[in-house]
Each structure stands twice: as C-alpha cells, then as structure tokens.
Design a protein around this ligand. Structure first.
Ligand SMILES: Nc1ncnc2c1ncn2[C@@H]1O[C@H](COP(=O)(O)OP(=O)(O)OP(=O)(O)O)[C@@H](O)[C@H]1O
Length: 538
C-alpha cells in the first residue's frame, strides 16, 4: 500500500471498501478494493477468490479491468482500473432518467458484457446500478464479481439466495435452486427501467413484498414457482395478488418507455426464466440494429477506451508536481480528497437491503427464509413514474499530447461484433515515466486474448443463427478495427513486475533497510498456489 497515495473512498460494499488511489511512481489513478475481513474468514476467502479468478480469466472492454492483487497486513487488496462513476450516480444526476442516446449506449454495453459472461458460462448474480461503472467518456463496465460463478455442466443446484432484492428474479425469491443465466437477464430488465426513468421498478420492502410487486406489475408466477411459494411458510400466509394488467402488450405494460425499449424490457422480465431472451438475442433487437447503431458504436467504444486511457495518462503528466489540482472535465482530483461521495448507508438501504444487514451478504442470504418484515426505510425516488429527457454529461477535454503511446489490442476476426477486443492483458505497459517505447502485443498476448474468446462455449442453435447474421456485420467492421492495430494504449500502470497478474505478498516492516530496492523490500515470494485453489466453483 505504500506505493499508493490515497485519494479517498469511492465505494463501500458488503465485502470491501474501494478507494481511489494514485500510484506514487507511475501516477496512474486506480481503484483499490480492500476486503473487510482478514483472509481467515472462509466465506470471505471464497468471495475474494471468485472475484479474482474470474477477473483474471475473463477480460472484456465492458468488464472492469483488474490490474494487480497484493496482500498487505494479512488482507488482500485488488487493484482495478479506476472508473469515474456508477450508473447510480448518473441517475442521481438525471432524476428524469437517462436521455435516449445515452440509454441505448449503456444498454448495449451492459448486454454486451453480460453476453460475454454468459457465453463463457458465467452468471454475474448481482447486477444493479451500483455495479455498473461508467467512465467520463461513456464506456460502461460491469464490476463486482464476488457473486459471479461458473455454471456446472451437470446443472447442479446453486446457492438459493443471491442478488440485491429489487433486481432479484422470481425464481430466486421462491428459492428455485435450478436458476441460471436468466437471473441476470431479469436484473438487466429492472436496470433498464431504472435507467430510463431514474426510478427503480420493483422496490420490495421484503422478499414477500418483492414477490407481490412482481406478480402485480409483471405477471403471475409459473405453476412450479407457485408450488415453491406455498411451500415457504413465510410466503404461504399471504395469497398472491392480482395481476394489474393481465396479458397486456409490452407497450401498454411499460408505456412510459420507448416502444422498442419496452419490447426489450418485456423480453427480460418474463416470469418463466425459460421465456426470457438471451443477451445475444437482445443485442440484435431492432432497437440496436436500426439506423446502423451497432456498426457505428462498436468502433466508438474502442475509441472511447483510448480516450479514457489518454485522459488518465494526461492526468499523471499534469499532476507530477503532486500539488492538489482538479482536472476540469474529468473531475479527477489529484489532491488527497476524492471527487466521489462514498455510497451512503441510506442509499444502500433503499436498494433492497435490510438496514440491519446492509453490510452483510450472509445476512441478505438468510433473508429468504427468515424474514419478510417490511423495511422502514423508504426510497426517495418514486417507483417508475417518469420518462426520459435529453440531458448530457460533458465529455472530458481532448488531450493534445502526442507523446502518449497506445496499444490497441486487435479484434479477432472470427468473433462477432459483440465479442470484445481482449483488453489489458495484451496492452502495452510503460517501463517508467520516461519510457515511451512502443511495443506491439506479443503473439502470446494475442493468443491469450483470442483463446479466452474462442474458449467460450457456443450459444444455442438459435443464437448461432443470429451470430452468423451479426458476424456478417462484424466482417464489415473488422477492416476498420484492424486499421487501428498500430495505435497504442498508454502504458497501464506498471507495478514493477507484471504483464500477467500476480499474487504477491507485501511485506510490512518499518525496520526494512532503505537501501534495498523498492521491489525487493515490498514483496515476498508469491503465495503457494494451494492458497488460491478453487473453493468450489467460481
Ligand atoms: N474500478 C472501480 N472504479 C471506481 N469505483 C469502483 C470500482 N470498483 C468498485 N467501485 C465502487 O465501489 C463500490 C463497491 O465495490 P464492489 O461492488 O466491488 O464491492 P462489494 O463489497 O462487492 O459490494 P456489494 O455490496 O455491491 O457486493 C461500487 O459500487 C463502486 O461504486
């Protein structure tokens, strides 16, 4: 930790505190997650390992990028690229919802990230506005993989309780352990309504209330879900409510949304998980394919990623003096304060957590059978009452610095448009502040990126057809993406040792002789691999 200057807390979750920091030597701004408990705690260890293993293996433009993991005073710290804000913060800024352009871009990137995870047989299980990060230039990145896990090929039962209540699918609420990828699709449906209106859609104050809100606003439980509902002694005391608009068309049901958005939401919010659309299907919905949005936007994301990286690099150049200063436009502070308010408890409470359990996922997990009491805290946003307007977040200033070196990872021509350019594992790193020597991604780097993508399991046949359809679109774009391959990303922060991520212990000793090299005295040998063996599925 000595290597980082603390710029302030940006987020607090159930498992850790995320702090904005600046690497003292490299100057790069990063987010460091410090896990709350020491590693002896088995549950904590499992959550940490899941997140680390997953982020190490799966890389995508729309997933937060993990840079380093280290241990300090028996705690694990994970270093991420710093992303400026969350969707929740955007919604507070735009109380009438995101404007239509921004909404489409956010939706597309969230679905793209989730399609990548689902294609790789991973379910995220905790999609919510706080876990969707947005950079100043508009790149959306999914974070918080503490609950993500791989699906066993045998379809073994999963944990019976996950996800923050307001985004929880009906099968989770009734404790159907055979849930799968559709739980993420449900959460995305809820998230889309919230992004469009700035109001959460299904704001249950207890699990029972959540089920009732789902039934009255969305539709009746399936026969199987009803059986599970009535088997639950807590639920069974209350009969299920009437459906408000039985059999209504999406346009009527979600009348405050643009009709194409309403169609997507309706495809996500199907009570029967087997009727929910796959993300790959949603990505080729007319909402995205009309007016050439997809073809335009994919290269734009890549350009925006370059822009973000450049801004971070420029921040370092301009803040080398270590004087407190604010980079107008990016909102990045280089003083020891932080531009982002920590997520407050009250904010957390109204997002479907019991107040007394707000810092404990284990507590939330126990809710499903143990509690159905109403929660006193009220949301200060009204559920789903307003429509979107046109507002915009100013773009950060364009950097004029020509000295910045970029490496743009190449896209794999065999992938469709929704597969991302594999990101930082093949990004160039700068050896020191003055080292601007460019390096192309090595064949190994590229192979890593490609293999990650080709390793991903194929989609169902129907999805394959759609992918074929989209890959023809992709081919049109491949040329332009290839043209970018000589562009270079600015060096990601170099922590002295890695292109690949490493687990390292940081030795904390005030008596450490100063004459020893920084590398030497801050690190002790890597952990034995047994420390990081799989504790169940990730
Ligand atoms: N890379 C990042 N850059 C900036 N902010 C981040 C980053 N990663 C996380 N955050 C902020 O920190 C918050 C908590 O992070 P995270 O969700 O990973 O922790 P958690 O303990 O798993 O939380 P949760 O209770 O949601 O499960 C996020 O909601 C977000 O606001």
């Amino acid at each position: 930790m000595d290597m980082y200057e603390n710029l302030g807390v940006v987020g607090e979750g159930s498992y850790g505190t995320v702090t904005k920091c600046r690497h003292k030597e490299i100057g790069h701004i990063v987010a460091i997650k410090r896990f709350n408990d020491k590693e002896e705690d088995k549950t904590m260890k499992k959550v940490i390992m899941r997140e680390i293993k997953l982020l190490r293996k799966f890389r995508h433009e729309n997933l937060v990028n993990m840079l380093e993991v280290f241990r300090f005073k028996k705690r694990l710290y994970v270093v991420f690229e710093y992303i400026d804000r969350t969707v929740l913060e955007d919604l507070e800024r735009y109380p009438r919802g995101l404007d239509s352009k921004r909404l489409r871009k956010y939706m597309f990137q969230i679905l793209r990230a989730m399609d990548y995870l689902h294609t790789s047989n991973i379910i995220h299980r905790d999609v919510k506005p706080e876990n969707v990060l947005v950079s100043n230039s508009g790149v959306v990145k999914l974070c918080d993989f503490g609950f993500a896990r791989t699906l066993a090929p045998t379809g073994e039962p999963l944990t019976d309780y996950v996800a923050t209540r307001w985004y929880r699918a009906p099968e989770l609420l009734v404790a159907d352990n055979t849930y799968s990828k559709p739980v993420d699709v449900w959460a995305i449906g809820c998230l889309i309504i919230e992004m469009a209106t700035s109001n959460a859609f299904l704001t249950g104050t207890s699990d029972l209330d959540q089920v009732h809100k789902i039934v009255s606003k969305v539709g009746p439980l399936t026969r199987h879900q009803q059986d599970l509902y009535f088997q639950n002694p807590i639920f069974a005391v209350a009969s299920l409510p009437e459906v408000q608009l039985p059999g209504a068309a999406p346009r009527r049901k979600y009348h405050k949304l643009h009709f194409l958005v309403a169609e997507i939401v309706d495809s996500c919010l199907q009570i029967d998980p087997s009727h929910r659309a796959a993300c790959s299907m949603l990505l080729v919905h007319r909402y995205f394919t009309k007016d050439g949005f997809v073809e335009r936007f994919i290269p734009e994301i890549q350009a925006l990623i370059l822009k973000d990286a450049k801004v971070n690099h420029m921040h370092w150049i301009h803040s080398n003096s270590w004087e407190p200063q604010e980079d107008q436009g990016t909102g990045v502070l280089s003083s020891s304060s932080c531009n982002r308010k920590p997520v407050k408890d009250t904010e957390k409470d109204r997002r479907g957590k019991e107040p007394e359990q707000k810092h404990s996922r284990a507590g939330r997990r126990s809710e499903i059978r143990m509690t159905c009491s109403p929660v006193s805290s009220q949301t200060n946003r009204q559920p789903f009452t307003s429509t979107s307007t046109s507002t915009s977040i100013p773009d950060p200033p364009q950097s004029q610095d020509k000295a910045v070196a970029f490496t743009m990872p190449r896209i794999n021509a065999s992938n469709n448009l929704f597969a991302a350019v594999p990101v930082p594992c093949c990004m160039e790193v700068t050896k020191s502040r003055t080292d601007k020597v460019k390096r192309r991604p090595s064949p190994t780097d590229l192979a890593m990126g490609n293999s990650q993508l080709t390793d991903a399991p194929s989609q169902s046949d129907s999805h394959n057809n759609l992918q074929v359809e989209m890959s023809s679109l992709a081919k049109k774009k491949v040329k332009s993406v290839r043209d970018m391959r000589d562009v270079r990303f600015p060096g990601l922060p170099v922590f002295g040792h890695q292109i690949e991520l490493k687990f390292t212990d940081v030795k904390h000793s005030r008596k450490e002789p100063k004459s020893r090299g920084r590398e030497e005295d801050s690190r002790i040998p890597s952990l034995p691999s047994s420390d990081f063996t799989d504790h169940g599925n990730i």
